[in-house]
Design a protein. Structure first.
Lengths: 474, 434
């Protein structure tokens, strides 16, 4: 027997330690996946694991914040289960549908609706007697009256309305058109998924829409200007209705000439020339950093499922022309109504953004178990001073600016109108309004409205926002 | 009634697996345990395995409503007894700990396979018996050959010959040439070449003990790996390459050598990524499986859906839908375990895998003979890499490479080659002593 020099060596344990280390990292990754990331996969539309109607549980009911049922499970004549949506089209995108996959809350909370936190003894009894167990019920933050005002106000236009309570992040209303009747999704299925997918009724424009922000983006440009000038808003510009940049001229809306104005006046008049000038003069780095601090180019922090990413892009190679267009919200920037609503709700909440959520609590069928969803703060996205300055400017829009003619029924409203061109045809424009209102008790509501191809924000979107505020506060 | 039982059995299964894993962690430090306590722990582990298998068999029997699970149970117990008896003379509680781990993997494999596909479970049980007999035979043979490392060139010829056979005659599966078919039996030579490959590399090093051995081993490894790349069996090529890398580091104690090899490896990976479209597809499926969920990301997405819906406590046996994952009995069996038995069981399983390769490294450390020391190290490395590539691929930790999970995935070739490795590791200490 020979004992070679090769036999005893510490390198064996070095290699073993490397492997142990990698395996431990893998275990941590695995546990983190199950604990946090798995939800995104489990509730994905491609996951066909959960059939809508389980063999063991009766799918729970979805309620509005005022305890009205929005989706329930009923039995037809043959004792077969079906899902009933008493408000038909009103909540089509917010609640979603079942059958042909699932969307909206039906999809995102499918897991919870098909689970039961009833008393264990009851569950065992039901199971032994072959009866189905009642799944948990969900209480949403949605308010039927506010939703109705938004839905009816949008009328025949395509577009979206979303309303959020700024200090909690509760989504009060969410409407998107074109829509569908979730009760008869089977009948419509072929029609709505047909060739013309760009007009797809299944797309939730409130959360997934990608719109040019138009003049509502001046909120961001203003903040970038303030940050570029260390909070100093002494700005003066003499508007003669147009601003030439490179081989292109930016015009003010309706060929108006605003004359001499400061930053606040330029904002409340929505003066394109002044903001084009601001855009060209802005430090590009500050502009980009401001946008990034306002969550551009990242996944939005929400608890309401899939959302589109707001996009903003400028760098050292961006032309002056594109910069000027970007500053007035016409460049390559795109946002969803949800994003604009989150932005103004952070302004209303002194710069702190609360994560939007739609489910207030999950309650077991016997009412014994309650899992309450508490408001959760994302982070401060601007200073109190910045938020107050922007609020002040937005107030002047309603008092003496573009929205002065809109009747807000005595509410204190802070807002910004927008008219976003989306094609070469200057007559065609999306009508935007974003803003928030407060009543005497300090209750607040933030709203974002877009009406596709309607025209001026002040004429269409702002009056609709007024109706939504009215329904909510009165 | 069955539902209630299944639901409660879920918790008991987690308990069994947790107890087994907990004891396993102690067994790594067997030297400090003392003989009596070590033996007691070994016995407790075996009882736990027996109860685990018995309970799962009962659940399967209730749900399937046919007697097959009981036959599988009996076959499993028969193989367990054979394994324990055939390795009895090797003795220490270190090797007994490894035996228990293998029994645990087999029990897990039988339960999951009979739940997924009774036919596969039955075949696997028979493969298992055959594999035990063949492995035992190979050990008897190895004991009779003095200084087997003299025949390094024979291992090279065997390896290259078998791999070339696959390249010229193999049938394609999922884009790669992996197997040779004889009627309705198909074998995967690359599984066995793993063993001849590690014998080849180790004997080169053990015989020459100098730079000549390294050069020979390197040239031989490159040949093996190139043929595998030509067959597009990149998962196996990666196993061979990493195995060569670590074993040369252990043999020559040279950090510079390790760095150079890592550098070459990164370059080769970069080159492969740019030249093999199917690697790019796999990589995309890895980075964002949902974006291609109906296409190349389908398998991984289904696997993640399964793991996610299982969560920490699992859906319970027969309560999940693991059959939605393509090829679930082979590469993705870990996902089905995670779905039905839960994340806790899955994590315990990973820990048992860690304990297993640590035990094999410990066994290597004890070998008196330098050749078998290296071979046992090689086996530990192959075992660890294969586990890592399989589980990592299933849980989206790394891109999936299509290798099997040792002792658990369905497949005769992989089971047999793992058994041979296991028997060599167990006997490494006593081999070549006379």
């Amino acid at each position: 027997m020979k004992t070679s020099r090769l036999s005893k060596r510490k390198e064996i344990y070095i290699v073993a330690s490397i492997f142990v280390l990698v395996f431990v990292v893998m275990i941590v990754f695995f546990a983190k996946f199950i604990n946090e990331d798995a939800r995104d996969f489990v509730y994905n539309q491609y996951n066909s694991r959960f059939s809508v109607f389980s063999d063991d549980y009766v799918r729970g009911t979805i309620y509005s914040s005022d305890k009205k049922p929005l989706a329930t499970t009923k039995l037809d004549e043959d004792k077969k289960e079906y899902r009933d949506y008493p408000y038909e089209r009103l909540f089509s995108h917010a609640i979603g549908y079942t059958g042909h996959g699932m969307t909206g809350l039906e999809a995102y909370y499918s897991f919870d609706l098909l689970k039961s936190h009833n008393d264990l003894q009851d569950q065992i009894d039901s199971s032994l007697s072959g009866k189905k167990i009642l799944g948990d019920n969900i209480y949403t933050t949605l308010n039927v009256e506010t939703q109705k005002a938004a839905y009816e106000g949008l009328g025949l236009y395509d577009g979206a309305v979303i309303a959020i309570e700024p200090d909690t992040g509760k989504v009060i209303a969410m409407v998107s058109k074109p829509d569908f009747d979730p009760n008869s999704i089977d009948v419509y299925w072929d029609n709505i998924t047909g060739k013309d997918s760009s007009k797809s009724a299944l797309l939730n424009r409130a959360t997934m829409g990608n719109y040019p922000p138009g003049s509502t983006f001046k909120i961001v440009s203003t903040l970038a200007y303030l940050r570029d000038n260390n909070g100093d808003d002494s700005f003066s510009y003499n508007c003669n209705g147009e601003f030439p940049v490179d081989d292109y001229t930016i015009h003010c809306s309706s060929k108006e000439k605003h004359g001499k104005e400061d930053l606040k006046e330029a904002f409340s008049n929505s003066c394109n020339s002044a903001f084009a000038k601001i855009g060209v003069d802005l430090d590009r780095d500050v502009f980009m950093k401001t946008a990034q601090s306002l969550m551009f180019n990242e996944n939005l922090p929400t608890q309401i499922g899939q959302t589109s990413i707001p996009e903003f892009n400028i760098d050292s190679k961006t032309s002056d022309k594109l910069l000027a267009q970007t500053a007035i919200g016409q460049g390559q920037t795109v946002v969803s109504p949800l994003y604009m609503c989150m932005l103004v709700s952070a302004i209303a909440n002194d710069g702190v953004l609360m994560e939007p959520y739609m489910v207030d609590k999950i309650v077991s069928a016997d009412g014994q178990y309650i899992d309450e969803n508490l408001p959760s703060q994302y982070r401060r996205i601007m200073t109190v001073k910045e938020a107050n300055t922007l609020s002040d400017y937005m107030e002047s829009v309603v008092q003496e600016g573009t929205a002065r003619k809109v009747d807000f029924k005595g509410l204190k409203v802070y807002g910004k109108t927008g008219t976003a061109e989306y094609s070469d045809d200057k007559e065609m424009a999306h009508s935007w309004f974003v803003g928030y209102a407060t009543d005497d008790n300090g209750k607040e509501l933030a709203v974002a409205v877009i009406m596709e191809g309607a025209g001026y924000g002040s004429k269409f979107a702002a009056p609709l926002a007024a109706k939504v505020f009215d329904a909510y506060f009165n | 009634m069955i539902d209630v039982l299944t639901a409660f059995s879920r918790i008991v299964i987690i308990l069994f697996v947790a107890i087994f894993t907990f004891i396993d962690l102690f067994l790594i430090f067997e030297r400090r345990l003392g003989q009596a306590l070590g033996d007691a722990l070994i016995i407790i582990q075996r009882i736990v395995i027996f109860l685990f298998l018995g309970l799962c068999t009962y659940i399967c029997w209730l749900n399937l409503n046919n007697p097959w699970p009981i036959y599988i149970f009996l076959l499993a117990i028969l193989s367990f007894v054979l394994i324990i008896l055939s390795l009895k003379n090797v003795g220490s509680s270190l090797s007994a700990g490894l035996v228990n781990n293998v029994l645990f993997f087999l029990a897990m494999s039988f339960v999951e396979l009979e739940r997924l596909n009774m036919d596969s479970a039955l075949r696997q049980a028979i493969f298992c018996l055959v594999a035990i007999l063949i492995s035992f035979g190979i050990i008897i043979l190895l004991k009779r050959i003095y200084q087997i490392e003299r025949f390094y060139y024979i291992f090279f010829i065997i390896g290259i010959f078998l791999l070339s056979l696959v390249y010229f005659l193999g049938s394609r599966e999922y884009g790669a040439k992996l197997s040779l078919s004889f009627g309705n039996i198909s074998i995967q030579p690359s599984e066995f070449v793993k063993i001849s490959f590690c014998f080849f590399v180790c004997s080169c090093i053990a015989i020459f003990k100098n730079i000549k051995g390294l050069i020979l081993a390197t040239i031989g490894s490159v040949f093996h790996i190139l043929i595998l790349v030509m067959c597009k069996d990149l998962g196996t090529a990666l196993i061979y390459a990493l195995c060569y890398m670590f074993i040369s580091f252990i043999a020559y104690k040279n950090y510079l050598l390790l760095l150079v090899e890592i550098g070459v490896g990164i370059f080769a990976g970069y080159f492969a990524y740019n030249n093999f479209p199917h690697i790019q597809r796999r990589f995309l499926a890895y980075t964002d499986p949902l974006s291609v969920a109906e296409d190349q990301g389908y398998q991984l997405s289904q696997s993640l859906f399964a793991i996610g819906s299982g969560s920490f406590f699992g859906q319970g046996l027969f309560k999940g839908q693991p059959k939605k994952i393509p090829v679930v009995t082979k590469d993705f069996i870990f996902a089905s375990i995670a779905e039905e038995m839960g994340g806790i069981v899955a994590i315990c399983l990973i820990i048992v895998f860690i304990c297993s390769f640590i035990l094999i490294f410990n066994l290597a450390y004890r070998c008196h003979n330098s050749f078998y020391m290296l071979v046992t190290c090689c086996i530990a490395i192959i075992f660890a890499i294969q586990t890592l590539l399989n589980i990592g691929g299933v849980i989206k930790f790394i891109p999936s490479t299509g290798v099997t999970l040792p002792f658990i995935s369905y497949g005769g070739s992989s089971l047999l080659s793992m058994f041979i490795c296991f028997y060599i590791a167990e006997n490494g200490e006593v081999l070549n002593e006379n």
